[in-house]
Write a protein that binds this ligand. Structure first.
Ligand SMILES: *Cc1c(COP(=O)(O)O)cnc(C)c1O
Length: 398
């Protein structure tokens, strides 16, 4: 036997002994039913899968608030759904406005540029929402064919509050609107048809509380017309929306679908429908606002002013002298709770998406969070914060 092959240390399980509570910016905890669905493999072209797909599309109609038939899944992260929406609707010289609030919305601009679009970036300062008046002026001046925007910018925790007005303005200018709702879908209102949105993107691992790696995109009829009549062939094969109809509309073969992930997504969406969107929005609002109050009462400062603050992910300013890495490592090692650092601003982030918005997770998460700052020498009032969380939850009746 050759002695050149390096000897591998015997491998032990790499799973943490005590499960971590995932309170970061995604992936989020998944319900047991979703985990169970994710453990099953079935024929990707069989009758059961055909039923699953038809139900996923029907449930997506409800969750996206749309009648469009052009709903499809993507085997890939939220970014793959972003790429699918952008690549199908933007080509060489497509005039595109990208509203850039931060890391993810800027990714949409980069994608549009890679597709050859003439991209005009509208950069919004941290802590502010995009203003429909400013967008209108740009629509008038630039006459774009496509606009990209994020509903909630996870990276710096801002919320584009005027999304509805912006989408409506775009329709007046016959401009197709692509909305990244990866962290917000099913956590707060989004009405694809009523607001006039042409493509909505979501991932599995955030608001929907499914697994990462299976995502959804929905195109309006107008968006479908545009991509169906594009003058330049699409260079993507996997992300070609027209090819994807083979699987999503004709029960045929495009590529082998992520069957387990689709079953998980089906289950996650079934739970959303069971809870109803109204119930879910209310749960997210109550949990996130209670957490925000409690963190402030404890003595820490939120990053974004209330007027532009996102509820799905809460950004907390780091006291001077502390790094996000230090805080995240401490809370994970000592309290088995995961939170997120950031891509840029001096903040740490706590997620309030899907299963993260449960009372028991809030208490454990906030206790770990406050204890971490106390351990690291910050003057926080942990008991007062915990009491405020309870008071707020009681007041809002959750
Ligand atoms: C997480 C996120 C993405 C990217 O999702 P991936 O699954 O990591 O590709 C895109 N946009 C927003 C708003 C997000 O929160």
């Amino acid at each position: 036997m050759s002695t050149d092959i390096p000897v591998v240390e015997p491998l032990h399980s790499i799973l943490p002994e005590e499960p971590l509570l995932m309170m970061g910016a995604g992936p989020v905890p998944i319900p047991d039913q979703v985990a169970k669905a994710n453990s099953i493999v079935i024929n990707h072209l069989g009758d059961t899968m055909a039923k699953v797909i038809s139900q996923v599309k029907a449930m997506a109609g409800y969750v996206f608030q749309t009648q469009t038939p052009w709903v499809m899944g993507v085997a890939g992260p939220g970014s793959a759904a972003m790429e699918m929406a952008v690549a199908n609707l933007v080509w060489k010289d497509t005039r595109t406005i990208s509203v850039c609030n931060g890391f993810f919305s800027t990714r949409l601009a980069e994608m549009a540029e890679r597709c050859g679009g003439q991209v005009e970036r509208l950069t919004i300062p941290d802590g502010e929402s995009a203003d429909v008046i400013v967008v209108r002026e740009l629509l008038e001046a630039f006459k774009p064919e496509v606009l990209t925007i994020v509903q909630g910018e996870t990276s710096n925790t801002t919320h584009n509050r005027q999304l509805k007005e912006i989408a409506k303005a775009c329709q007046e200018y016959d401009c197709r609107v692509i909305v990244d709702a990866v962290c917000t879908l099913s956590t707060m209102p989004l009405q694809m048809d009523d607001w006039g949105i042409d493509a909505v993107i979501t991932g599995g691992q955030k608001g929907l509380s499914s697994i990462p790696g299976v995502s959804l995109v929905a195109f309006s009829e107008k968006a479908w017309d545009r991509l169906n009549n594009r003058p330049i062939p699409l260079s993507h094969w996997c992300y070609d929306a027209k090819l994807a109809t083979r699987f999503w509309h004709e029960a045929g073969y495009h590529y082998t679908a992520p069957v387990s992930g689709l079953l998980a997504l089906h289950e996650a969406m079934r739970l959303v429908c069971e809870e109803t969107l109204e119930g879910r929005f209310q749960r997210h609002k109550v949990c996130s606002l209670s957490l925000q109050h409690a963190i402030e009462v404890m003595g820490l400062k939120l990053y974004v002013p209330e007027s532009a603050r996102l509820n799905s992910v809460v950004g907390i300013e780091l006291p001077k002298g502390l790094s996000a890495t230090e805080v995240c490592e401490h809370i994970s090692t000592n309290y088995r709770v995961e939170i997120a650092g950031s891509f840029g601003p001096p903040i740490v982030r706590i997620g309030q998406m899907g299963e993260q918005c449960r009372v028991h997770n809030l208490f454990r998460g906030l206790h770990a969070f406050g204890s971490t700052f106390r351990d690291l020498g910050v003057n926080v009032d942990l008991p007062l914060g915990m009491a405020e969380l309870e008071n707020q939850l009681q007041k809002q009746k959750l």
